[in-house]
Write a protein that binds this ligand. Sequence first.
Ligand code: HEC
Length: 137
Amino acid sequence: MKHYWKIYFFTLLQIGFFIYSYILYSSNSFQYRNDYKSSSAQQGELVWQKYNCQSCHQMYGLGGYLGPDLTNVISVKGKNNNYILAIIKSGSIQMPSFNLSDVEKINLIEFLKSTDASGKADPRSFDSQFTGMISNK
Ligand code: HEC
């Protein structure tokens, strides 16, 4: 009898949990990768995965560290589509060459355009604070 408050309290927590979950999952703030400009860009991400580009390159700072971060590579001065496709085709001393189909090339370029349009990822373009957080320069 005297433990009834525990049952009430537990029930209250459960109701709170369901209300919170409902609000969380019905809110529009969860839209996965809605920054894609086109489905061609989505296909391009599959090309990126298929050839394991992330094993050597970073996207948004995440990935392998042998090659440079490619989030914004498409908008770097002097590095246009042709430059990117040429380096993929010929490779370099450290980068293997890849034989992409025409469709894969188009989609990959669209993917790189969409990541570029989504923001800046180069850590050097931010100031780091003593707390470990970053802020715009
Ligand atoms: C084995 C590691 C490796 C893999 C896998 C790899 N790369 Fe690279 N990539 C590199 C390295 C290292 C460089 C720097 C080359 C240099 O300066 O000689 C590079 C350079 C590049 C550049 C030029 C970047 C710049 O700023 O000039 C592009 C674009 C690129 N890679 C795209 C890709 C794509 C797309 C893929 C997947 C299809 C890929 N790479 C897979 C290692 C790799």
